[in-house]
Design a protein around this ligand. Structure first.
Ligand code: GLY
Ligand code: MN
Length: 471
């Protein structure tokens, strides 16, 4: 009887301590990540399988985290995970790497086709930089099959003679200044490079880039949800800017309005530095210093994109500071709009990637010729000097094959005309820079404009600019 009751007590204690452990894991996970709408483990598993399907037999792929970049002295730039690693795991910590095997390999007594290497939990670091997930929680969190501390991981635990091919982005060893914060990842890369050299194993990065271009080009529904959210936030920011823009506002103040909306609506950060180019800066394609004070006769090119759960929008609107386009501005604006509409019509599955650019270029060349701004269509590049489309996704210029357009991919259509002061044409056109950019989903059918919520025609913009602003 005595024995029986102590067995019951023992089992009871085990079950209490089991559930106490589960509670502790759950508590840690709750404090580790507050956002609930994140890439699901089913999605990231599916993406790892997609990569594995492209890999040849007897091969391995190694995908490393981005390094932490030092800004100066004790301050680092905000860490941003490498999109390829994020896409396959949803994991956002530095000092990590993912190893994907084409077929399961023996690792520490069991078979696995993947291992996520990550930094250890360390109270002394976490009190400064925030909570880490830790090997003990990462499987539950990401659904990854095997995980190991990057510091403790021994390359010798894997039988490398199994592999004919190692897909790996060449080692990118950090500057001395960054060595400490990137120590674990650096050490891993150094060990790996030594091993590959010693075993005369050829590591190739080209194929890995191609694999990611193939799998990231077409967006799955979870990705489209996040991309649409990023685009909706960005359209709201353009709308608030239209309402708020007025004489004597500085470019940095227009940037502040836009980025306030990004943060206020839950975006993590801008997906790229916000371009707020007014007056002569409307003709600088990637202007980002944003220090000029704007006045009523200026046009403002606002090229912005919120990043939401890793996915970034990219929407450009061009606005007259006083709320009304001048005669010349309206002519150039409507020419760019006409070109953009023609480009969007070409954003159809099966069309060559360049078809949007060919359509916009033809219309802009024809229009500039008729206006006497150029004397030969070949001169169009003087005033429209960039491409019309790029893929959009985890990167603003996202990966893709640039083959025929595919259903489920998202591209931008963004023609522009930029007539800088001193250009070889009538001075009435000088300092007019116009770009209009929308994010277009390729479907089985008609293209879908995901950013149509932001006013786009002259009339729509002028009407929106009349509305009161909360800023
Ligand atoms: N939004 C900037 C670019 O597409 O280059
Ligand atoms: Mn763009």
């Amino acid at each position: 009887m005595k024995i029986k009751s102590s067995i019951i007590t023992f089992c009871f204690l085990i079950s209490i301590s089991g559930s106490a452990q589960e509670d502790a894991v759950q508590k840690h996970l709750d404090l580790y990540r507050y956002d609930k709408d994140v890439l699901s483990n089913e999605f990231t598993k599916d993406r790892r399988d997609a990569l594995r399907n492209l890999m040849v037999d007897n091969s391995v792929a190694i995908i490393c985290a981005n390094p932490i970049q030092n800004r100066s002295n004790d301050v680092n730039f905000q860490f941003h995970q490498h999109p390829n690693l994020y896409y396959l795991t949803g994991f956002t910590e530095p000092n990590s790497a993912l190893i994907i095997f084409k077929s399961p390999v023996l690792y520490k007594g069991s078979y696995t086709d993947e291992i996520l290497l990550l930094q250890n939990r360390e109270p002394s670091s976490e009190i400064w930089d925030g909570r880490r997930l830790g090997v003990e929680n990462v499987k539950e969190f990401t659904g990854i099959r095997a995980a190991e501390s990057i510091r403790n991981f021994k390359l010798s635990e894997i039988n490398w003679s199994n592999f004919n091919e190692v897909n790996y982005e060449a080692a990118n060893v950090m500057l001395d200044k960054n060595r400490k914060v990137n120590e674990d990842l650096n050490d891993f890369k150094v060990q790996l490079t030594k091993l590959l050299r010693k075993r005369k194993i050829n590591a190739t990065s080209n194929k890995l880039n191609n694999f990611f271009s193939i799998i990231r080009e077409v967006k799955l529904s979870e990705e489209l949800t996040f991309l649409q959210k990023a685009i909706d936030i960005t359209c709201s920011a353009q709308i608030e800017l239209m309402k708020a823009l007025k004489d004597s506002m500085a470019e940095y103040q227009t940037e502040a309005i836009v980025e306030y909306i990004f943060k206020d609506q839950g975006a993590e950060y801008p997906g790229f530095p916000s371009i707020q180019g007014g007056g002569e800066n409307s003709c600088v394609l990637h202007y980002t210093s944003n220090r000029k004070v704007l006045h009523n006769h200026h046009l403002l090119v606002s090229d912005i994109g919120a990043e939401y759960r890793g996915y970034t929008a990219d929407v450009t609107r061009t606005l007259p500071v006083d709320g009304v386009f001048s005669e010349e501005e309206r002519i150039i604006y409507n020419l760019v709009l006409k070109a953009q509409n023609a480009g969007i019509r070409k954003a159809v599955a099966g069309n060559p990637f360049r078809s949007t650019h060919e359509a916009t270029t033809e219309i802009i060349a024809d229009g500039l010729l008729k206006l006497g701004i150029i004397t030969d269509k070949k001169e169009v590049r003087k005033y429209f000097m960039h491409g019309t489309s790029h893929y959009l996704g985890l990167d603003v210029h996202d990966l893709g094959t640039y083959g025929p357009l595919q259903v489920g991919s998202v591209i931008t259509v963004e023609p522009g005309i930029y007539i800088a002061e001193g250009s070889d044409c009538d001075s009435k056109w000088w300092n007019i820079g116009v770009r209009i950019e929308d994010d277009i989903l390729i479907t089985e059918d008609e293209p879908i404009n995901l950013s149509k919520a932001a006013p786009r025609t002259v009339e729509e913009i002028e009407r929106m600019m009349l509305l009161p602003s909360k800023f």
